[in-house]
Design a protein around this ligand. Structure first.
Ligand code: CP3
Length: 343
């Protein structure tokens, strides 16, 4: 089978497909007992990411169990920050960067690096994954968007208020721009490296962009997202995810990416109207609705597909990642609903 014939790739081109392709953000993860077993063997999360045989195994696990139409590389958006020179730690509380980047000197000390030299395990994991995947499964690469990466680099971890980042944005725009320039260059290099290693399409995660007003999004985040999107033109189809971004969806639709991911607060039917054929749409089942019974998940997924009504260019997914205490049966019901519903 030629890669351009894969279902997900056709949907990203907004072609009519025999059914809606489906995958889930965070489909590889702690809700799966087989993931927890590999994590135990590996001894930790970063150990899994850095060892291609573990990374490939957990990437393939959900495909083996459920047969989603895409597998997403097992890694993390923060890995490139480590390669650029930051210390990165994952523990039970999530990620932290104990020496955050808060002034010009620290920003100047970050290096845009060659991914093949510094993150070879990523390319190796992609090659091993491709070799282990069914032919019809699309392999996705990903990166964090510059704004979300900056939030981690400057805050030193996950944040609610982004106080340090906001101060840098508003009070020292020259330093902020210098940081964003480096991050955008690193993201483009990392995505190109992933495509060269076998990723067929790429997802750009801007998890925290929705914390900005539309005007601030346009000034402080969009220019660098656009630089990444432009830098990957013709390299591979690009899917843009921005969390809680209903108030600037039109900016996302106009970015030039092939796909835009919607969170569950957005009406997917409205989004189809507003996007008006400019891009494919991914989403947007509420990840917390996976806590309902498998039958109810099946019904709600079917209802979402009915709402889309067979419009071309839909990729069924969640509005955000799978929660770790999700019942694996409910993920099964979600995937089954897509597969049983022929258009
Ligand atoms: O299956 C997949 O989606 C592929 C792998 C993947 C992970 N992280 C693995 C992971 C992807 C695509 C990401 C992206 C990511 N990482 C984002 C953007 C997407 C989003 O969720 O908005 C962000 C913000 C991060 C940063 C990050 N990594 C946080 C905040 C956390 C802690 C929260 C948590 O869920 O534990 C992580 C850890 C992480 N990344 C886990 C996984 C499977 C859990 C690690 C574990 O096994 O303990």
């Amino acid at each position: 089978m030629k890669s351009q014939e894969r279902l997900l790739m056709r949907a990203l081109r907004r072609e009519k497909t025999e059914r809606t392709p489906v995958w889930l953000m965070r489909q590889a993860g702690r809700y799966l007992p087989e993931y927890r077993e590999v994590r135990r063997q590996a001894g930790g999360f970063m150990e899994m990411i850095r060892e291609p045989k573990y990374a490939a195994e957990v990437t393939i696990q959900p495909i083996r169990r459920y047969g989603m139409d895409a597998a997403i590389l097992f890694s993390d958006i923060l890995v490139p920050l480590e390669a650029m020179g930051m210390k990165l730690v994952f523990d039970d509380h999530g990620p932290s960067l104990p020496i955050p980047v808060r002034d010009r000197k620290a920003i100047d000390a970050l290096h845009v690096v060659d991914p093949a030299q510094t993150m070879g395990y990523v390319g190796e994991a992609l090659r091993l994954t491709r070799a282990g995947l069914p032919d019809e499964t699309t392999l996705l690469g990903f990166c964090g968007a510059p704004f979300t990466l900056a939030s981690y680099a400057v805050e030193g971890g996950t944040s609610k208020q982004f106080s340090f980042l906001r101060k840098m944005m508003y009070l020292d725009f020259a330093s902020y721009s210098a940081l964003m320039d480096k991050l955008a260059a690193q993201v483009v290099a990392h995505m190109k490296y992933q495509v060269a290693s076998g990723a067929e399409a790429v997802v750009l995660f801007d998890t925290w962009a929705g914390s900005l007003t539309r005007a601030d999004y346009q000034k402080y985040a969009a220019p660098w997202t656009r630089r990444v999107v432009d830098g990957l033109a013709g390299v591979a189809p690009r899917v843009l995810f921005a969390g809680e971004s209903g108030h600037f969806l039109d900016d996302l639709f106009g970015m030039g990416a092939e796909g835009v991911a919607l969170d569950h607060r957005t009406s997917i039917r409205d989004a189809f109207e507003r996007s008006n054929g400019r891009c494919a749409l991914q989403g947007n089942f509420d990840p917390a609705a996976l806590f309902a019974s498998p039958d109810e998940v099946f019904r709600r997924t079917t209802a979402l597909l009915d709402e889309v009504g067979g419009r071309p260019g839909h990729v069924l997914n969640l509005g955000h990642g799978v929660f770790k205490d999700t019942d694996p049966e409910c993920v099964g019901a979600f995937v089954r609903a897509a597969k049983e519903r022929a258009r």
